[in-house]
Design a protein. Structure first.
Length: 404
């Protein structure tokens, strides 16, 4: 019997059980090495009484060659393949329900067990308020030394990741498809940047499409890697509520960002708060639960996160950290304080001056000259009824997300 890389046996076992199987936990207790299961004959497997009849059949028929092909493809993509045998496998996932048999990681995941990581999730079809709330909270968390993890979906997930990165902090993403598939497509540049400088991970092997059923399953990893889960806008049937449910099952804290009473996209959050989730008005409401875990100096953490050259789990060469964020998530250069506030308050939808004033706290006397200057610079466009919005260059990403 030929010998394979030990990780191939785990890929084979994941094929036998199915991705996301709750059986991985029990089998890991009996068999610390997947190779041991592979090398058992049929009689020994049956006598062990560790497998169901369906599993016994699949153990006999599943192809190790197929598992090897998956492993080689993952290596071609530059993925680290982590299994429960590996010291680099996240400790926070070892005791969750249905721990993954295999993780495919691009980037550096080596710090995640030592960091204060907060999961930030919410609806894809978010409001402008929800988008800004997710960005603001994640930015504040990063400024204090926390890392953010989300799902890289359109809407709240993307906003949360962008907010953390804009502060020079660390953000991780768990995707619901293979690493060679970008979903949604408009996040291609953001995903590539994260794979190079932070980390993106999945339990799905390469070439796995983003099937709808993958995402509820994926959510247990988002909550499992965070110490607490923050829900920003979630309708009654939102997948974000599934993440919150996983967090509760895992003994994690759950937070809900308050929003408008007349918006159905907030009904799920109201239900969470009614059930005991902590209401959130600012990042301090989250951080006060983890004060003892924060770095003494947020600035030193940001410097470490942005400038260190971490080694990968496989001992590959160190990579230089980025000097700047990708173009798609940077505000225009040269804005003064007033213009930055206006830029943050605007999005794809036209907004009148009164609403901009309410969002920014600025008076009309300050707003109108600044809006005129930003219109000349091509950053905002004036619309009928005295409204303004970001120009196509800056709103393209949001419009695409809203159309999904």
């Amino acid at each position: 019997m030929g010998q394979y890389d030990r990780r191939i046996y785990w890929i084979w076992l994941a094929q036998v059980l199915g991705t996301g199987s709750h059986r991985v936990n029990a089998l890991c207790e009996r068999f610390p090495h997947a190779q041991e299961i592979y090398e058992m004959n049929g009689q020994a497997r049956r006598e062990s009484r560790a497998f169901t009849e369906k599993e016994l059949l699949r153990l006999e028929t599943s192809s190790i060659a197929k598992a090897e092909a998956v492993f080689l493809r993952a290596q071609e993509l530059g993925c680290h393949v982590l299994t429960p045998e590996d010291a680099a496998y996240p400790k926070r996932l070892r005791n969750i329900y249905a721990m993954p048999a295999v993780l495919y990681v691009k980037g550096d995941l080596s710090r995640i067990d030592e960091e204060l990581v907060v999961s930030v999730v919410g609806t894809r079809s978010c409001t402008e308020y929800g988008r800004r709330a997710a960005q603001m909270l994640s930015k504040q968390l990063a400024e204090k030394g926390a890392a953010v993890i989300s799902g890289l979906a359109a809407g709240i997930d993307t906003a949360a990741i962008e907010g953390a990165l804009s502060a020079g902090g660390r953000a991780y993403a768990v995707i619901g498809c293979g690493m060679d598939i970008v979903y949604p497509a408009q996040n291609k540049k953001l995903m590539e940047w994260m794979c190079e400088h932070t980390a993106v991970l999945t339990e799905y092997p390469p070439a796995t499409p983003p099937y709808p059923g993958n995402f509820p399953q994926r959510n247990r990893l988002i909550s499992g890697l965070g110490l607490g889960t923050v829900v920003v806008e979630a309708g009654a049937g939102s997948g974000a509520l599934i993440t919150a449910g996983h967090a509760l099952e895992q003994g994690k804290d759950v937070f809900g960002v308050t929003a408008r009473m007349d918006d159905r996209r907030s009904y799920g959050v109201f239900e969470l708060i009614r059930a005991g989730a902590k209401p959130v008005f600012e990042a301090e409401d989250i951080l006060e639960e983890y004060r003892h875990l924060l770095p003494e100096n947020g600035e030193s953490f940001k410097k470490t996160a942005a400038e260190d050259t971490p080694e990968s789990q496989e001992g590959t060469e160190k990579k230089e950290a980025p000097e700047k964020l990708p173009e798609s998530i940077r505000v225009p250069e040269g804005l003064d304080e007033t213009e930055e506030k206006i830029f943050s308050a605007l999005g794809a939808e036209p907004v009148n001056v009164q609403m901009i004033a309410a969002r920014t706290g600025l008076g009309a006397g300050e707003l109108l000259p600044a809006l005129t200057e930003m219109e000349i610079e091509g950053i905002v466009s004036s619309e009928p009824m005295g409204c303004f919005r970001l120009t196509a260059e800056y709103r393209q990403k949001e419009e695409t997300a809203n159309n999904l």
